[in-house]
Design a protein around this ligand. Sequence first.
Ligand SMILES: *Cc1c(COP(=O)(O)O)cnc(C)c1O
Length: 356
Amino acid sequence: MPLTLHIDTPRWREHVRDRLADPSGPDDGTAAVRVVPVTKGNGYGFGNGLLAAEAAAADVPTLAVGTSDEVETVRRAFDGDVLVLAPLRPWDAATADDRVVRTVSRVEDLRRLAAAGGRPRVVIELLTSMRRHGVALADLPEALTACEPLRVEGFALHLPLAGQHGAEARSLAEQAFAAAGEHGPDVPRRLWVSHLSAAEAADLARRTAADVNLRVGTALWLGDRAALTARATVIDVHDVRRGDTFGYRQRRARRDGTVAVVAGGTAHGVALEAPTPATGVRQRAVALAKGGLESAGRALSPFRVAGRQRWFAEPPHMQCSMIWLPGGVEVPAVGDEVDVDVRFTITHVDRIAWDG
Ligand SMILES: *Cc1c(COP(=O)(O)O)cnc(C)c1O
């Protein structure tokens, strides 16, 4: 009784291939722009293992993951370099592994890593106006000194999404490379950035004469949404007469219709968030999913039957949902699939179907 992610295989692979090949460096060949695919969390709906295999098939040299705990999963399918995006902290395992590149954002973490030996590879994250993680420019000389026993693979910049930050990126990069020239161990002229367009990345590469590694997840794997469809298998259908009761809450039918039980519930991350246009509905769906059963009026479900989004008969359960089909609607058969709108980054599907 699966919730299935159907992939239009040729279309999806073509999009991924185009995105990976998309950025080019400045025309004069002084620096290169390269896409580093990112997978983390639920693997953007596909799973980290699957995306690691795709990255391996695409022959990219580096794959980025969110946390050090995700390295092992992608390693089974991908044997290139793995960049960990979350900055290293004392509780992270830091065993020497030549094909793992760690992001480090504090001087004390660089020192600890250096003390562990083995010349681990690191990217130094610089503090940007986002003020999330990063070594402040003032602390960079100290950080670079601590890096003597390490292999530095360049500087990372995590910029805010709002506003224009090209000038900020250039200025930080210039100052960081200058500091590396003075204090540093050998630091390649290489930047690791996120959320820049290919054109912005090329501009950054040209102005700083640095190679730019563009870390991309959503736009790569989910950039062509028409190549992806989530479908829920119909598990059961029950005709209901006006006045009949149904569900945990024994709600009473106000007219004749059908209760359809479909795959996809809170355990899959389905209906935690309903489709985008209806914010009010979405908030209600969230409240429902959190157990506000009494308070529930009715909520529009993310399931589509006979061309229309249908109401929940009652709030979703762990592995399935009950939806209400009014009389007159063509009732699907057990085993049919119905479309379901999902947010891929929070959904765990049961199966992946490679179509086409
Ligand atoms: C997750 C992450 C990315 C990828 O983000 P998308 O929006 O999915 O492209 C890039 N950089 C960093 C530092 C990240 O943590």
